[in-house]
Every structure is written in structure tokens, then in C-alpha cells.
Write a new protein. Structure first.
Length: 92
């Protein structure tokens, strides 16, 4: 499954978050594959796309950053899967 996370840096935590990221701590935890990461140009947060079969691994990765980032995650599907579901329920 794919999960999209949005994150924002908690107030007063930008230096700590940057230090961890620059030290290589942004790598995903075991059981999670990083598909892409995008940073807002104002430095306040960003978006991450992961792939994993383990909700527990995704949770562990979020907990690793919870003290410096506010993270919101959702399981996501691509256009093909969304289109197929729409056609099934709303197609003619």
C-alpha cells in the first residue's frame, strides 16, 4: 500500500529537525520504502510518499519524528484504482 504523509515543523523545532535530516535520519524505517519527498519552499513542512505492507512500520517511522514534526498520513490510491472504483459505483 502507498501512504502520503504531510508534515509541518513544530514551533521552535526547525534547527533540531534540520540537524536530524542532515545527519541522515530522514531515511525510512525498516519495512518502509520512500517513493518521494517534497519540501515546501517556506521550510515549514512538506509531503512524503511511502510504500509499505506494514501499518506498524509506518507508525514507527512517524513516532521517530513526532517530537519535532506534526505528521498526518493517509493510505492513497493512484488514478487507475480511483477510476475503477468510480466506474463501478458511478459509471453508466
Amino acid at each position: 500500500m502507498k501512504a502520503m504523509s504531510t508534515y509541518s515543523v513544530r514551533p521552535g523545532c526547525i534547527k533540531e529537525a534540520a540537524a536530524r535530516f542532515l545527519a541522515g535520519e530522514g531515511a525510512p524505517v525498516e519495512g518502509v520504502t520512500l517513493l518521494g519527498r517534497w519540501h515546501k519552499t517556506d521550510g515549514s513542512g512538506g509531503f512524503v510518499l511511502y510504500e509499505s505492507d506494514s501499518p506498524e512500520a509506518l507508525f514507527n517511522g512517524a513516532m521517530k519524528w513526532a517530537d519535532v514534526l506534526e505528521i498526518h498520513s493517509n493510505v492513497v490510491v493512484d488514478d487507475d484504482a480511483a477510476g475503477a472504483a468510480m466506474a463501478k459505483y458511478y459509471g453508466k
